[in-house]
Design a protein around this ligand. Structure first.
Ligand SMILES: NC(=O)c1ccc[n+]([C@@H]2O[C@H](COP(=O)([O-])OP(=O)(O)OC[C@H]3O[C@@H](n4cnc5c(N)ncnc54)[C@H](O)[C@@H]3O)[C@@H](O)[C@H]2O)c1
Length: 363
């Protein structure tokens, strides 16, 4: 597809997220976002995206900068201290200075890694994020949270480092496996429930179309989800309060991911997590049954999971107690008082916590 227009979504006064189709076909789209004095650019990407990285490198070189291509291990194995150290080595040997830049081309693992390396090299150089999964477009690449994993857990080391710009070219999603696209839609739906009900209306009107890369709705869904994230992070860069609403469904989701040793896609876990916390909100008098049912219906219609095995409660509860949002022994959740009406639930009782689990269990 060729580009017809570019939607520009500002993230406060800091940077812009560009959304459209065929954006990467125009070399200037990315080069315009680089610092004006840039002379060296490190393009960080996984092997499956080598062709795209090569084309991007060509465009950046044509604009006058020297490009270093850095192929990193695929998926979560990119987010390690060893890979970050290797990239620091490449930057050092190539003489990268403060006015040089990094481009992160890939899914959320690559944008997290590239952002972290940019945040730490010389205490911070510019990073342009070019997300290539739906999850990275609507979530990981926007907002400036960067990080890597350690043996002790995911995302334990990181930095807040807003990008110089983000380019979401929907055409790159054409090669994304369907299951990854669907998982990304869970975060889009999350934005619908916490802030923008039009997202839910769009999905409900034609779920099959919403789940297609070449569907008529995907662009609007991405734009709306990016706007939600942009507005929230612009108001709260460092996750002090408002930004917590983006973690809707994530407390239970992170517990499922841990219990499943990260074999579940994040978006799949978030889908079940949203149903869990909707049930918890109903049990604690926050939410109507109809809105809980709407969670199940919307997620189901996209092929996202809404149930989880019923024999893991102790492990899930232990994992939720370790969640970053917990304070002391009290579990804290982002809940809804209604669609687009997020609120907080502190210290729900053990019976409600377990009853919500029973409601999402397959038995
Ligand atoms: N920083 C944040 O705010 C934030 C928010 C959410 C998630 N994350 C992080 O994002 C990561 C998950 O990101 P993800 O779901 O994008 O996974 P991912 O980066 O592992 O990508 C999934 C797979 O898709 C492949 N891929 C990527 N783009 C492709 C394309 N266009 N065509 C074909 N294959 C493609 C990748 O090579 C990989 O194998 C996690 O590490 C998570 O912690 C960060």
């Amino acid at each position: 597809m060729t580009t017809t227009s570019t939607t520009v979504i500002p993230v406060g006064d800091d940077y812009e997220v560009l959304v459209g189709r065929g954006l990467l076909a125009d070399p200037a789209t990315v080069t315009r976002l680089l610092p004006t004095a840039v002379t060296r650019v490190l393009v960080v990407h996984p092997a499956p995206l080598s062709d795209l990285a090569g084309r991007l490198a060509h465009a950046v070189e044509a604009a006058g900068a020297r490009v270093h291509l850095a192929t990193v291990p695929d998926a979560e194995s990119a987010k390690t201290a060893a890979v970050a150290a290797d990239l620091w080595g490449q930057l050092g040997r190539a003489g990268f200075t403060r006015s040089d830049a990094v481009i992160g081309l890939g899914g959320g693992t690559v944008t997290d890694l590239a952002g972290f390396v940019a945040a730490t090299w010389l205490r911070g150089v510019a990073v342009v994020q070019v997300p290539t999964t739906l999850l990275a477009m609507v979530d990981a690449a926007v907002g400036g949270k960067t990080g890597i994993n350690t043996l002790e857990g995911k995302n334990l080391v990181g930095a807040f480092h807003p990008p110089a710009g983000v380019v979401c070219d929907l055409d790159v999603l054409a090669t994304l496996p369907a299951a990854d696209l669907t998982a990304g839609l869970a975060e889009v739906v999350k934005c619908g429930f916490i802030a923008d009900p039009v997202i839910l209306d769009l999905v409900e009107a034609d779920p099959a179309d919403a789940a297609r890369v070449d569907g008529s709705r995907l662009r609007e869904l991405v734009e709306r989800a990016v706007r939600v994230k942009a507005q929230v992070v612009a108001a709260d860069l460092r996750e002090s309060s408002l930004r917590e609403i983006l973690n809707y469904g994530h407390t239970f989701a992170h517990a499922v991911e841990q219990v499943e040793s990260y074999s579940w896609r994040h978006g799949d876990a978030v889908a079940v997590g949203m149903v869990y916390v909707a049930e918890l909100a109903r049990l604690t008098g926050h939410l109507d049954q109809a809105v809980v049912a709407r969670h199940r219906a919307v997620l189901d219609s996209l092929g996202l999971p809404t149930t989880y095995r019923g024999d893991r409660w102790e492990a899930l509860l232990a994992a939720m107690r370790r969640d970053k949002k917990s304070r002391g022994d009290l579990l804290r959740f982002v809940v809804l008082d209604g669609v687009a009406r997020p609120s907080r639930l502190e210290g729900p009782g053990a019976a409600d916590l377990e009853a919500a689990y029973a409601a999402v269990s397959t038995g």
